[in-house]
Design a protein around this ligand. Structure first.
Ligand SMILES: *[C@@H]1O[C@H](CO)[C@@H](O)[C@H](O)[C@H]1NC(C)=O
Length: 416
């Protein structure tokens, strides 16, 4: 078996076996079974009203777009701008719901009266249909976050603005949800006009300082496109063989909260044991990995190696044909004129502080750079930390409120 099987999906899938951690004091209002529900079932379970839309992109993908319209008898406030939340790599709309009512960002926004929309990128569990292609065909998986940025996001944004008859919306992205936004903002500058404020949670554009030991090992082997295709093909990014899942229940007994699987997850995303509620591990692993193409992952790997934020590298010969130049073109960050706030963590293995700060220096309309006030805050903490609400969500919601109230008055001057 190739080393690839030991790559990140091992971490995730192996960890599914860590499923039964019993705990007396819950930090979150969640239940073990939450990992088995779909995003919409989850929201409904906790009393939120939802809507489901299916959007067809101009290249034939059918994306599920989820909406939370309020809870109980309260409806969202039509005078407020809609808010779009976009998930990260191998993730889905459920990201924004996992830690339950009273904590999760989507519920917080809904409780404040916002019309909350949750996107799903092509290839994730809610967006696996296509007008002509099936997921068994390699062509279905011929995309990276480049296509998510230039096709899916515009389709989602246009749908929301049309449905709500608004001109602009608030955008919040996690990880790849920020990468795709930067792609859109640089290649389709008109879309910047449709964004009131973009808030980036663990912003990913430059990646050369990526410090996950596991991923570093992987990236070292990325060498040539030939190796890549030999190892993976360019289809769906496949979870590990079942045998490893069986092994996992033996390696990672659920009775031990500090088992190997939990540590493997930390190895990947950064470790912050104080902030993790053991009950969240099985719930998290019920929703992640939610599916992606191999090409998405390779594209990130290329960024680590090249230190550039640029389009997919097909190798010199194919680059010449596709781009008319030997190297893939950079995404021009100067074009991203939407107002942006970056939220980042000191212990984020995937969005390293130095890389976020490099990005920050190049964004023309950066409003604020918010380094989370906790030394060990990591990549997943943005979604599942016990104190995510206190350290982050309160501020995100406050930024939105301030922005709506004063719009350009308070924000008249970008940071530079
Ligand atoms: C990037 O975009 C800016 C603004 O549109 C433009 O002035 C600049 O020449 C572009 N840079 C490159 C390298 O294309």
């Amino acid at each position: 078996m190739h080393f690839s099987a030991l790559f990140i999906y091992t971490v995730f899938t192996v960890s599914t076996a860590c499923a039964f951690v019993i705990q007396e004091n819950y930090d979150f209002q969640v239940e073990l079974g939450d990992g088995k529900l779909s995003a919409l079932q989850l929201a409904n379970k906790y009393g939120y009203r939802t809507e489901l839309f299916e959007i067809e992109t101009n290249d034939g993908y059918i994306l599920e777009l989820h909406r939370i319209t309020g809870s109980g008898s309260t409806m969202y406030d039509k005078s407020l701008p809609p808010v779009l939340l976009m998930h990260g790599l191998l993730a889905s709309s459920a990201d924004w719901l996992m830690i339950g009512p009273g904590n999760a960002l989507a519920y917080e926004l809904s409780d404040m009266g916002y019309d909350v929309w949750l996107g799903n990128a092509r290839g994730n569990r809610y967006s696996r249909r296509h007008k002509y292609l099936s997921t068994n065909e390699v062509e279905f998986w011929e995309f990276s976050w480049h296509e998510i940025g230039i096709i899916d996001l515009p389709a989602i944004i246009d749908h929301i603005l049309e449905a709500t008859r608004k001109h602009k919306l608030h955008y919040i992205g996690h990880s790849q949800g920020t990468t795709a936004f930067f792609v859109m903002g640089s290649l389709l500058p008109d879309y910047n006009e449709k964004i009131l404020l973009m808030q980036a949670l663990t912003p990913v554009a430059y990646m050369e300082h990526m410090s996950s030991p596991l991923l570093k090992k992987f990236v070292k082997h990325l060498g040539t496109i030939a190796t890549i295709i030999e190892l993976f093909g360019l289809g769906e990014f496949k979870p590990v063989p079942n045998i490893l899942i069986d092994l996992a229940s033996w390696i990672c007994p659920g009775s031990k909260p500090n088992n190997l699987c939990v540590n493997a997850l930390f190895l990947l995303t950064g470790s912050n044991p104080e902030q993790i509620d053991p009950l969240m591990i099985p719930i998290l692993l019920g929703h992640i990995p939610a599916g992606s193409s191999t090409k998405q992952i390779l594209h990130f790997g290329q960024e680590v190696l090249s230190g550039r934020f640029c389009q997919f590298d097909y190798g010199t010969r194919r680059n010449l044909i596709i781009y008319g130049q030997e190297k893939p073109p950079d995404y021009n960050l100067t074009n991203i004129v939407a107002p942006i706030i970056l939220h980042y963590g000191r212990n984020d293995h995937l969005a390293h502080v130095e890389n976020v700060e490099r990005l920050a220096r190049q964004l023309p309309n950066l409003m604020e750079s918010h380094l989370i006030d906790m030394p060990l805050f990591n990549h997943m903490d943005f979604l599942i930390a016990k104190d995510a609400k206190k350290l982050l969500y309160t501020q995100i919601v406050d930024n939105i409120e301030q922005f709506n109230r004063y719009n350009w008055v308070r924000w008249i001057k970008p940071m530079r």
